[in-house]
Design a protein around this ligand. Structure first.
Ligand code: SP5
Ligand code: ZN
Length: 345
């Protein structure tokens, strides 16, 4: 299996994020995650680790708002130019309420407009790392469009919380959405049908947002119920798409403590929707934070369960671009990724 990876992610290493109650904690979405995964993959004879191709800005700009990308590109230099007391991380402290139409000119005003929480910390290398991450996803999409059964984008930073014009939850560019949109254009003869299945512990709100009114890309997210879990404001079961996209988005919220068997029953329902849709390609947002010992998770899927989940998804027999999302139990990431990728290898 081709695995797309580049060292550029190391340029994005915020020193901290801010948890509930204002607690500064070490950034959970850290470079060590990639080292743990790479160490596990290097021992596998099926893993062909390689650098991504640069696809340029066009495939990103067909998914994200241009002014939002401009913000990401210049935010860091603008931040330093404000001479902040603590320049280590750009984080706003005022957030746009229900997307009011006015976009202020000030940097912190725009940061509050474009950032939805206190875990999408911007540092010097964030934009460069986010672009490289998107290229890993696009290279995976290209690989499956050119006849391979699967490919893995070892993307960092992750992407599924980033919407058309916002960052959040460690995400800046929505890698899976960029890949799915690119594949949809490739699959035009099959009406561009692409399915995105998101198994990260958190709702893929950004992916939901990007494709909500489209019928060419079916999006499905299985996640912890937003009634108690991040991102709180999206991911409920009654959100099913809008306009011609109605019936082309599904959320499967899960209760705390969900174990392997209950997870697999829900997955069955999601896979049935995908079969009915008859996509040409599958994009799989692979978050390992469903794992029982994840510091951000509350659901109790084991490594064996992760393998069973992947086996069920692989049984769709669709060309599949697997895109790395979350997963913060670093010491278990290697074995969990091996369990997840093996059925596709
Ligand atoms: C890609 C991804 O998995 N992003 C997740 C971002 C979640 N950030 C919100 C953190 C909420 C803090 N709550 C801490 C509770 C710890 N027990
Ligand atoms: Zn997550």
């Amino acid at each position: 299996m081709k695995i797309f990876y580049t060292e550029t992610h190391r340029k994005h290493e915020p020193a901290f994020e801010v948890f509930d109650g204002g607690l500064r904690v070490p950034y959970l979405e850290n470079p060590d995650r990639m080292d743990k995964i790479l160490n596990a993959l290097r021992d596998m004879d099926w893993a062909e680790i390689q650098a991504p191709t640069d696809f340029g800005l066009d495939p990103i700009l067909t998914v994200h708002d241009g002014e939002y990308l401009d913000f990401l590109a210049s935010a860091w230099t603008e931040w330093l130019a404000t001479n902040p007391k603590d320049s280590s991380t750009l984080l706003p402290a005022t957030f746009a309420l229900r997307r009011q139409p006015h976009k202020p000119k000030s940097l912190l005003g725009r940061a509050g407009y474009y950032v939805m929480d206190l875990s999408a910390c911007i540092v010097e290398g964030t934009y460069q790392a986010a672009l490289a991450s998107a290229n890993c996803a696009l290279s995976s999409a290209w690989t499956v469009a050119n006849g391979e059964r699967s490919a893995f984008g070892l993307c960092r930073p992750p992407g599924h919380h980033a919407g058309k014009d916002y960052a959040g939850g460690y995400c800046f560019i929505n890698n899976a959405a960029v890949a799915a949109n690119w594949l949809s254009q490739k699959a035009r003869s099959q009406k561009g049908r692409v399915a995105v299945l998101d198994v990260d512990y958190h709702c893929g709100n950004g992916t939901q947002d990007i494709f909500y009114d489209r019928d060419d890309v079916l999006t499905i997210s299985i996640h912890a119920d937003p009634d108690f879990a991040y991102p709180s404001y999206m991911g409920y079961a009654d959100e099913c798409g809008a306009g011609k996209g109605l019936g082309f988005h599904y959320n499967y919220p899960l209760p705390k403590e969900t174990g392997d068997d209950a997870y697999l029953e829900t997955l069955d329902q999601a896979l049935q929707k995908i079969r009915e849709f008859k996509p040409a390609y599958l994009v799989l947002s692979a978050g390992m934070d469903i794992y029982a010992d994840d510091p951000l998770g509350t659901i109790k899927v084991t490594t064996d369960g992760i393998g069973r989940i992947a086996k069920q998804i692989a049984s769709l027999e669709l060309p599949t671009a697997i895109i790395m999302e979350g997963g913060y139990a670093n010491d278990a990431l290697g074995k969990n990724i091996l369990a997840f990728l093996s059925p596709f290898a």
